[in-house]
Design a protein around this ligand. Structure first.
Ligand SMILES: Cc1cc2nc3c(=O)[nH]c(=O)nc-3n(C[C@H](O)[C@H](O)[C@H](O)COP(=O)(O)O)c2cc1C
Length: 206
């Protein structure tokens, strides 16, 4: 095994360290976050830090990088109170990745990619058309992480849309049936394949 001590990690070059540490914690959720400014400018950005916080109430968390540069997703969700989460289909990965490019606020990533806006009634933030899973979310709260000046954003799931062919009878979504990708590090997009599903684990009495 290669070994990297904390001291060695600290001394690595920026890109090597970024790749190493971003990959080491495993495959991550791949989501496109849709938002809109109060002036009506639509925005789309790829995020890999979306996590499940709880199902009752249905809450998600996401980590936002330091707001030392303009963060349109953040300013939009703060000012409008809403955003969307859109799972990325394997056919969308190149465009999904491109949404991480730093465009000025007036330019919509929807106009710079083949990704198309889908609007739903009574929700102002844009969804990604043909995303296998779409969620309408409210911005609920944020927590400053002082160790690295990031923010943990808490959002509530207000509406959830799932492609029918992925939704099983017990409510479980089989992500690979919908071609949902995951992220390896910061620039690798991976297909997944379900191996097995297990019943609720109980202690063995032997
Ligand atoms: C694969 C990938 C994952 C990313 N995940 C995050 C993330 O979890 N949090 C974050 O703040 N930025 C993340 N980014 C960076 C944003 O996509 C990037 O800063 C984008 O320009 C933000 O757009 P905005 O200013 O329109 O919000 C990620 C970039 C890539 C390529």
């Amino acid at each position: 095994m290669e070994h990297f001590s904390k001291r060695e990690i600290d001394q690595l070059s920026k890109i090597y360290k970024l790749n190493l540490i971003n990959s080491a914690t495993g495959y991550k959720s791949a989501q496109l976050v849709g938002s809109i400014s109060p002036e009506g400018n639509e925005n789309l950005a790829v995020f890999s830090s979306i996590v499940h916080l709880g199902s009752d109430p249905a809450l998600i968390g996401m980590i936002l990088r330091p707001t030392t540069v303009p963060r349109h997703t953040y300013s939009n969700m703060k000012s409008t109170g809403v955003f969307t989460l859109n799972a990325i289909h394997e056919s969308q990965i190149e465009d999904a990745h491109h949404t991480s490019a730093s465009y000025p606020e007036s330019i919509s990533e929807f106009d710079k990619t083949q990704l198309e806006v889908e609007k739903k009634e009574n929700f102002i933030a844009p969804f990604v058309k043909d995303a296998p899973i779409q969620m309408a979310c409210n911005y609920v709260n944020e927590y400053h992480i002082k160790e690295n000046n990031t923010l943990l954003i808490v959002g509530s799931i207000e509406d959830l849309y799932v492609k029918e062919s992925m939704l099983l009878e017990d409510g479980w979504i089989q992500l690979d049936l919908g071609g949902v990708v995951s992220i390896n590090g910061l620039d690798g997009y991976a297909k997944t394949k379900l191996i097995e599903r297990f019943p609720y684990a109980r202690p063995k009495n032997d």
